[in-house]
Design a protein around this ligand. Structure first.
Ligand code: MTE
Ligand code: MO
Length: 512
């Protein structure tokens, strides 16, 4: 027992590995977006200055993420060894250390767009793994130490030492088994990720923000929402992982010809691309369940026309691979708008979370009645014959997007210098278009804002207006006017059953 500190360090490392491994296994089994280690690695990349990231990418090329994860694991090894030694005399400090590490992972997971509760499971299980493994190993190390230091000739250090080794062996086994489960369970997701990375879809072009669409006001989110920041809403605890070769879309029901499309059939069609803003019916006034992307796909109007819908059909029941359903007006899928089966988002194959390999996008409708991710089945039918996932729960059958607007700067509670204050944000009324945006200070007259140009009526619109504010507290309000002349109502309505209404209001203080 001469080198007791070394044994404690070993115990720390083994417990650490076991915790990481069970966390990884749970992450893979639940198919959550990233294991905590990767989430932290991504967080680190996000916080690292651009020049360093650029250097790392150039130096390590495509392996930059791998290098980062390996580097983090090395740092963790050292930390685990230190925590193991700490556990010897200051148990609470070691536990605090594990909790802090889990806290970092938790923050990294929480910083992803709209993380579900399930995404925290790997962090919680990992922390439990650490604590349990460390407790068991510490127990036997202590006994060994006691016996080794004992004067009693009957005490047998061999016996306790053997026990510690057995427990250490079991912990190693758990770590190896957890790692194995993680590999095997994660393989379908890895295969799909690999297939996605290698995919080159003919005709998909990179997005270029149209000139004049972004006003460049500081504090206003980007006009084009990057995939990594795009809000995520779905009911799937485990995200479907579908390889393009395994994907098939069935179009049937009230049609003249039933169609079955493979991925290759789909991508050999004529591509269509467009800027379309997607938002969720659950978005509260001023909320951020909205994003704008460059979508590439294949026009549903053409595909449905081939199937030949019957004249008395008025709906399409869409079903995703995980069994989620929604009912979409047939008219919205067949008129001149760019309703599409999308395969790419912002010039890249759809991310798995956003519906890889194929999802529906329909300008002008909320996601819950139109934007089916992992879509596999379209049944042409009638609204009076179907129910769908959300309409079963009291949401409206039809979900046209309501006209809305939002102030992004100044933010609620901000202090601003009195005098000229730039107020800016977004307005949207997909498939009708925004004609004007007006801002009101303290219930006074509505002031016209300048609105940016947009490539079509299906995207959100940036706006800005210079306000003149006296010292003191002020309340700012915004409302939009549609291109059809309709004015956004100030009547407050809840998101249920068909979308929130009311004017977004921001309270600020102007200071000398
Ligand atoms: N398969 C599936 N598709 C779905 C949903 C879902 O729960 N499952 N939710 C819908 C809702 S309510 C919205 S708002 C959009 C969100 O799409 P996003 O996660 O890509 O932003 O997806 C729609 N498509
Ligand atoms: Mo939604």
């Amino acid at each position: 027992m001469r080198n007791s500190r070394g044994w404690w360090a070993l115990a720390g490392v083994l417990a650490g590995l076991a915790g990481l491994a069970v966390s990884y296994a749970v992450a893979s089994l639940l198919n959550v977006r990233e294991s905590p280690v990767v989430a932290v690695a991504e967080g680190v990349t996000g916080l690292t200055p651009g020049s360093v990231v650029k250097w790392a990418i150039e130096t390590f090329d495509r392996d930059d993420k791998k290098v980062l994860v390996i580097g983090m694991l090395l740092i963790l090894f050292v930390l685990f060894a230190v925590l193991g030694q700490l556990a010897r005399r200051r148990w609470w400090a070691a536990m605090l250390g594990y909790a802090a590490l889990a806290g970092v992972a938790g923050v990294a997971v929480a910083s992803k767009p709209n993380p579900g509760i399930i995404e925290f499971a790997p962090v919680v299980v990992g922390l439990l793994g650490w604590v349990v493994a460390m407790a068991v190993l510490a127990e036997w190390l202590r006994r060994w130490e006691l016996v080794a230091e004992s004067e009693d000739p009957a005490a047998e250090p061999m016996h306790t030492r053997r026990h510690f080794f057995i427990v250490a062996g079991i912990t190693t086994g758990v770590a190896a088994f957890g790692g194995l489960i993680g590999r095997v369970a994660g393989s379908s997701r890895r295969n799909v990720e690999a297939a996605r990375r290698l995919l080159r879809i003919e005709g998909v072009t990179a997005p270029e923000v149209p000139p004049g669409a972004a006003l460049g006001v500081e504090g206003v989110g980007p006009w084009q929402t990057p995939n990594s920041d795009f809000y995520l809403i779905d009911t799937a605890y485990i995200k479907p992982t579908i390889e393009p070769v395994d994907w098939e879309l069935r179009i049937h029901g009230m049609v003249d010809r039933e169609l079955r499309l493979s991925y290759n059939d789909l991508v050999s069609r004529e591509i269509t691309e467009d800027w379309i803003t997607l938002n969720c019916v659950s978005n509260n006034v001023g909320g951020d369940l909205i994003g704008n992307a460059w979508w590439s796909g294949y026009r549903l109007a053409a595909i449905l026309a081939e199937a030949g819908p019957h004249p008395d059909a008025d709906a399409v029941l869409q079903t995703s691979q995980d069994g989620w359903t929604c009912g979409t007006p047939l008219g919205a899928l067949m008129d001149d708008r760019n309703a599409m089966l999308a395969v790419a988002m912002n010039g890249e194959p759809l991310p798995i979370e956003h519906g890889f390999p194929v999802r529906t996008i329909v300008p002008g409708l909320y996601g819950y009645v139109s934007a089916t991710k992992w879509v596999v089945d379209l049944e042409v039918t009638r609204f009076d014959e179907i129910t769908a996932f959300w309409t079963d729960k009291g949401w409206s059958e039809l979900g046209p997007v309501k006209i809305a607007s939002k102030i992004e700067v100044p933010g609620s509670g901000d202090d601003v210098p009195a005098g000229e204050v730039l107020c800016a944000g977004y307005a949207w009324f997909q498939h009708t278009g925004i004609g004007a945006v007006e801002v009101q200070v303290d219930g006074g007259p509505w002031q016209q804002a300048e609105i940016a140009t947009t490539p079509n009526v299906d995207t959100w619109v940036q706006w800005q207006v210079m306000l003149d504010l006296d010292e003191g507290d002020h309340q700012l309000r915004v409302r939009a006017v549609g291109e059809d002349g309709s004015t956004q109502t100030g009547v407050v309505a809840d998101v249920l059953p068909d979308g929130a209404t009311g004017w977004h209001t921001v309270d600020i203080t102007a200071k000398a």
